[in-house]
Design a protein around this ligand. Structure first.
Ligand SMILES: Nc1ncnc2c1ncn2[C@@H]1O[C@H](COP(=O)(O)OP(=O)(O)O)[C@@H](O)[C@H]1O
Ligand SMILES: [Mg+2]
Length: 345
């Protein structure tokens, strides 16, 4: 009886609740947030099931995220880790090399997780490992994709190495990834409950039959279709690797109005943050709606999605932040002209 209750300890967490929490931070991407919430929930259920003697008949829900730059891939994954209250380790796939070559072995990803928990092994064992730029380790066909030579130490070799950790169990990882690789103390860690999220923009993913860009959302036209496992194989991924990333999450390019919302509404929105900063100097900072759209459009022109917003805002506010203490007591309104002046230089 007790066991049954324990197994369902996570019932207070539901996909809908995870979604609602993600929703407080991440704008748009409704479908992606739902898929992620389901995957996270299933992951928690699986862990509980195994803890109480279940067999491994429930597979891990490792995730592959596909979406343009600055659409929120990393932010979604980080926010998920925060909501689930588990450690998070960010990795760049392009830094990995096949074992024996100069560069990072994939085990370093787990080392980072351990580092994020201050070497707390049991906490790390439930963490999330994020691997960015996964599209850059597609197999190179004759060096065509990257223009590099035919030796593929960063492509297929890394995919092979990743296979081992995506559904691995116990591995030895360096206790301190900040020290040099050769001088490590190692610790054994069970990674069977570590959730892996791989992400990439796959910006040159083409429909092999029609030569058109695919991705339901990737091109922003809405004419694409969902990316299939077959597309990803053709792109240069090992079928075995794709098999270990069963959950696919596609993100849309953010629109100008999404970007305006990102500036003003979510939990960590930037405009309220700068307003608080200015309020500390007794300045009441306001933006007109046209100014916000001007900022959003400037970000779209840079093709960096939401990633461009902070730098643009810093530029726009530069003249004010410089003299803020001298203008205490004032109310300052930013209009579209101020934005245009700042982004045109
Ligand atoms: N959909 C979104 N909702 C809210 N903020 C976002 C969103 N997408 C991006 N951001 C903001 O932009 C920053 C960069 O986004 P990021 O997640 O790194 O993009 P990606 O990984 O897709 O290239 C985030 O840290 C966050 O502040
Ligand atoms: Mg990213």
């Amino acid at each position: 009886m007790k066991e049954k209750r324990e197994i369902y300890r996570f019932l207070h967490v539901t996909p809908r609740r995870i979604f609602e929490q993600l929703d407080q931070f991440v704008v748009g991407q409704k479908h992606a947030k739902e898929v992620l919430a389901i995957a996270a929930y299933n992951h928690l259920k699986r862990i509980e099931y195994l803890k109480f003697g279940g067999d491994v008949s429930i597979r891990k829900s490792n995730i592959l995220m596909i979406g343009p730059s600055g659409s929120g891939k990393t932010y979604l994954a980080r926010t998920l880790a925060r909501i689930l209250d588990v450690p998070f380790a960010y990795n760049d796939a392009t830094a990995f090399t096949e074992a024996g070559y100069y560069g990072e072995d994939v085990e370093v990803a787990i080392g980072r997780l351990l580092y994020a928990t201050n070497q707390n092994v049991s906490s790390a064992e439930n963490g999330i490992v994020f691997i960015d730029e996964i599209d850059k380790i597609a197999r190179r066909t004759g060096g065509a994709r990257t223009g590099a030579g035919s030796r593929d130490i960063g492509g297929e070799g890394v995919q092979q190495a990743l296979l081992k950790i995506l559904e691995g169990e116990k591995i030895f990882v360096p206790l301190n990834v900040t020290a040099h690789w050769n001088k490590y103390d190692y610790v054994e860690i069970d990674i069977s409950n570590v959730l892996f999220i791989c992400a990439g923009s796959f910006s040159d993913l083409k429909d092999s039959a029609e030569g058109q860009s695919i991705g339901f959302f990737n091109d922003g036209t809405g004419n694409g279709r969902e990316v299939s496992t077959e597309d990803l194989c053709k792109y240069g991924f090992l079928p075995e690797l794709l098999g270990r990333l069963p959950v696919h999450v596609e993100l849309e390019a953010l629109s100008a109005s999404d970007l305006v919302t990102i500036l003003t509404e979510p939990r960590e929105a930037m405009i309220p943050e700068y307003q608080r900063l200015c309020a500390l100097d007794q300045i009441q900072l306001e933006f007109t709606p046209e100014a916000l759209f001007e900022i959003a459009n400037a970000a779209l022109r840079q093709k960096l999605g939401a990633r461009a917003l902070r730098a643009i805002l810093e530029k726009v506010l530069h003249p004010i932040l410089f003299v803020a203490p001298e203008r205490a007591g004032e109310r300052i309104t930013i209009g579209p002209e101020e934005v245009r002046a700042a982004v045109s230089v």
